[in-house]
Design a protein around this ligand. Structure first.
Ligand code: FCB
Length: 497
């Protein structure tokens, strides 16, 4: 298929092709399972723009990106991809790419401008129309209920370290279930909960810009409670709701084979990968991490185990890159705060309990993306098989995976965007995912991050993760070569299409 065909016609959908008969979890030959859901993902704050329209309240990220010095280049997401107004274009793009699933997020301050009280009808109506558009095209709406944009009014009440937010969040979840739960059946309460807690309250790179390890632990616990209270509220409002997750995870490898590095790696995994998963499945935080001091710092109360236990129906997580972990190396402090490549120092000399200490770094041996993340395909296999093993072979959704490369349209290619490195990235990561499926992992979807180049948090517009190039002056969308490649993979269910 060439670019013109892609842009002007709608492709065969995957279902229309003749595929080997196979079932979830059994890849035949080089094909993915026949029911496999190919998808892309976005987040409201990163693509929508329209930051103060139709009754939307201010979010923590609005406040942060309107504060000088917080975002690279002084960029804001006030307009970004303008997806709020261009949702029909976006859905058409998703359809032309033969996607079967679209993971998007709902902006809480569009639904409850101050985070509490009656819902804003215009906000609900927007997402209701959006979901209808997806369903009309045969695309599964996968809803992330919180992808980092908190009503600022709740940040003003202390943000996530304030335990009351679990209750406010449950109320919001109930509203979503009541108004959208007749059509949305797949929900993830939080995108990358560890990340917004750590970068927001632990090291200050994200809003509200606090650097306090104790606040970080408190935020983690409130989010843990909110995840479970949200699940219950959603299910009470919608009998069709299935609830999973969109955790950020990095397979962790010990630096040496010493016992101390092995234990530190287990602590990393407990804290950064499975903290919330373990809590939902068992009602406890993982043993490698918890102890008396962190429990006290979190503000853990008697009977919280009961609240925390709310088993997920399926398990969703992202995979971008890996970490190498060692025991303390005496460097102390919190570490550097660059999103995705952050280094966590061991915390020695700080108030951190022994159980929360480790030293984690992203290695730079492999090729690096333009965002500086190491390309490490084998990590996909390792992570997926590890989670499968540890949590009794759950149904898994890969909620994000992708790379930033800065390739731009080339006049000499008729305005096409040749991005061979992105194609190579997806091919290698997907091959490892396929290997994990062959070895028994029950993976039912893959969501490429991301549909469109967009506002990349504190990096502003300096990174481009999209399968589609966006000209931010005109809003024009141009599918990159990787979009053409990925749409073929989705249509044929094979990497060698
Ligand atoms: C993920 C985030 C997403 C985007 C990508 C690059 O961790 O969920 O919003 O920033 O990283």
């Amino acid at each position: 298929m060439n670019r013109r065909e892609f842009v002007s016609t709608s492709l065969l959908t995957a279902g229309a092709m003749t595929l080997p008969e196979n079932v979830l979890g059994e890849a035949v030959g080089s094909a993915f399972p026949s029911e496999f859901l190919w998808g892309t993902a976005t987040a409201a704050f990163q693509v929508e723009g329209a930051w103060n329209e139709d009754g939307k309240g201010e979010s923590n990220w609005d406040r942060f990106n309107h504060t000088q010095g917080k975002i690279r280049g002084g960029a804001t997401a006030d307009v970004s991809c303008d997806s709020y107004h261009r949702m029909a274009d976006d859905v058409a793009l998703v359809q032309r790419m033969n996607m079967k699933s679209y993971r998007f997020s709902i902006s809480w301050p569009r639904i409850q401008p101050t985070g509490v009280g009656a819902p804003n009808a215009k906000g609900l109506d927007h997402y209701s129309r959006f979901v209808d558009m997806l369903l009309a095209k045969g695309i599964r709406p996968f809803c992330t209920m919180y992808h980092w944009d908190l009503p600022q009014a709740l940040e003003d009440k202390g943000g996530w370290p304030n335990r009351d937010l679990a209750g406010y969040y449950a109320e919001y979840a109930g509203i979503l279930g009541k108004h959208l739960g007749d059509r949305i059946t797949v929900w993830a309460p939080f995108n990358m909960p560890w990340t917004f807690c750590y970068l927001g309250y632990g090291v200050g790179a994200f809003p509200p810009g606090r650097s306090d390890y104790g606040l970080f632990l408190k935020a983690m616990h409130t989010v843990g409670l909110a995840q479970s209270e949200g699940l219950r509220a959603l299910k009470a409002a919608s009998s069709k709701a299935t609830v999973g997750s969109a955790y950020g995870m990095a397979p962790a490898y010990p630096k040496t084979n010493s016992e101390a590095d092995g234990a530190a790696t287990a602590r990393y995994h407990a804290m950064n990968n499975v903290f919330f998963l373990h809590a939902a499945m068992t009602g406890e935080y993982p043993k490698a991490f918890v102890g008396e001091t962190p429990y006290r710092q979190m503000g853990f109360q008697p009977r919280d185990e009961k609240i925390l236990k709310a088993p997920l129906d399926w398990v969703g997580f992202h995979y971008y890159t890996r970490r190498i972990v060692s025991a303390t190396n005496g460097t102390g402090g919190a570490g550097s705060a660059s999103f995705g490549t952050e280094t966590e120092l061991d915390g020695s000399g700080s108030s951190r309990d022994d159980l929360t200490r480790f030293h984690a770094e992203m290695p730079t041996e492999g090729p690096l993306t333009d965002a500086g993340l190491e390309v490490y395909p084998q990590g996909m296999y390792d992570l997926v098989t590890q989670i499968s093993r540890e949590y009794d072979h759950p149904v898994i959704e890969i909620t994000e995976s992708g790379c930033s490369y800065l390739d731009a349209p080339l006049e000499s290619k008729g305005g096409g965007v040749p991005d061979a490195r992105r194609i190579a990235f997806f091919r290698s990561y997907l091959a490892e995912l396929q290997r994990a499926i062959r070895d028994g992992a029950r993976v039912r979807s893959y969501h490429a991050w991301t549909l469109l180049d967009n506002f990349e948090w504190a990096d502003g517009y300096s990174q481009r993760y999209g399968l589609t190039y966006v000209d931010f002056r005109s809003g024009k969308r141009m599918p990159k070569d990787s979009a053409l490649w990925y749409s073929k993979v989705a249509a044929t269910n094979r990497l060698d299409a």
